[in-house]
Design a protein around this ligand. Structure first.
Ligand code: PHB
Length: 383
């Protein structure tokens, strides 16, 4: 996304990816796009896929004590919506757009390393049996939580804020027509469960499991038993069952590295911050980061001034921390904590009762879920 935004502004870049093209296109990731992310894709000219196959949602359900409660996101936010469209589909659309520009995009790079990020950065890697070295003005570390860019910043320059959760999510894709048109977030005495989807024929479901659980412990039958037990509501609603085509376990973490920049190196997305998936914010935060970074780089090349670049981290972190707070809150609202006191249990139920009955509380959830306003406008990158 960053490369495409830069390209549209006449700024060249080289993309260095260590995975294969098939891996990044096939790997199932998140799936909820904020209105602002969809608007950005469309404005960039990369919106055909999401416009054609994205599933537009006006609301969501919060489910507890056997009842589903509807929250109408659209009416509470003056007409905004969320769109369910797989992150890997977004990546595929962006790869197609990049390939169409004929600018460099290297997959399956090995031994990637970054050097001299203080003043005149270089990136070294092996590709197709050859050694490459790229000299550049800036490096954008869009390389995820386990990437090499954050560790290239001296430890003394970064403050790490971190919180782990005493649970993980077991996620499956099933060949089953979604039995609800909207997402259902369930709080159950046995733990959290989430009903989502990818297409009119594919359901995506999640279960809270212990943090050290292994997917090998879960037969398909056991997964369905647990899904139905947690999600079935008193009116008889439950997910439709189908063949499980993918299953995995993901740990949950809140993480921020600040500042998100060091001299000529800028971190974006999961390289700088991780949110637990309950608020569906991870991909959307990454998109906001790169919009701010593209605006800052454009301004630098147009004016020679570093003003916008120097403010990159501060501008991004305001949004990041609000998304951190929201994701932590949604997580606390809906999960069972192993050390939960009876007091916490009652407080959690009261929180759910409040958010599903107070218009003010629902509006607060809705405006955060559809996405707070972007820090910088699309016009600032010429869109
Ligand atoms: C998903 O569909 O993968 C999904 C939806 C909502 C979330 C997290 C993941 O909060």
């Amino acid at each position: 996304m960053l490369a495409q935004l830069l390209h549209r502004n006449g700024i060249d870049s080289v993309i260095v990816e260590n995975r294969s093209r098939e891996y990044v296109i096939d790997r199932v990731r998140a799936g909820v796009l904020e209105q602002g992310t969809v608007d950005l894709l469309i404005a960039m000219g990369v919106g055909a896929g999401v416009q054609q196959s994205g599933l537009r949602h006006d609301g969501l359900y919060l489910s507890f004590q056997g009842q589903r409660h509807h929250i109408n996101l659209t009416s509470l936010t003056g007409g905004r919506v969320i769109t369910v469209y797989g992150q890997n589909e977004v990546v595929r659309d962006l790869i197609d757009a990049r390939v169409a520009t004929s600018r460099p995009l290297y997959f399956e790079c090995e031994q990637v390393s970054v050097h001299d990020v203080e003043a005149s950065p270089t990136i070294r890697f092996r590709h197709g049996g050859d050694d490459h070295e790229i000299a550049c003005d800036f490096i954008a570390g869009c390389d995820g939580f386990h990437g090499i860019c954050r560790p290239a910043i001296p430890e003394s320059e970064l403050t790490i804020y971190e919180r782990t959760y005493p649970f993980a999510w077991l996620g499956i894709l099933a060949e089953a027509a979604p039995s609800s048109t909207e997402l259902v977030y369930t709080r159950h005495d046995r733990g959290f469960a989430l009903f989502s989807m990818r297409s009119p024929r594919i359901t995506r479901l999640y279960l809270q499991v212990p943090p050290d659980d292994s997917i090998d412990h879960w037969s398909d039958d056991a997964i369905w038993d647990e899904m139905l037990t947690r999600m079935r509501t008193d009116d008889g609603w439950q997910p439709a069952i189908g063949r499980i085509i993918q299953k995995s376990i993901t740990p949950m973490r809140s993480f921020v590295a600040a500042p998100m920049q060091y001299r000529q190196l800028f971190l974006a997305g999961d390289a700088a911050h991780i949110v637990p998936p309950t608020g569906a914010k991870g991909l959307n935060l990454a998109a906001s980061d790169v919009l701010v970074l593209a605006r800052s780089l454009k301004s630098y090349y147009e004016t020679g001034s570093r003003d916008h670049l120097d403010r990159y981290s501060d501008v991004c972190l305001r949004r990041v921390w609000k998304a951190q707070r929201f994701s932590w809150w949604m997580t606390s609202l809906l999960h069972r904590f192993p050390d939960e006191l009876p007091f916490d249990h009652q407080r959690q139920l009261a929180d759910l009762d409040y958010v599903t009955s107070s218009c003010a509380a629902m509006t607060s959830l809705a405006e955060q879920y559809v996405g707070l306003p972007q820090e910088v406008s699309h016009e600032s990158v010429g869109l």
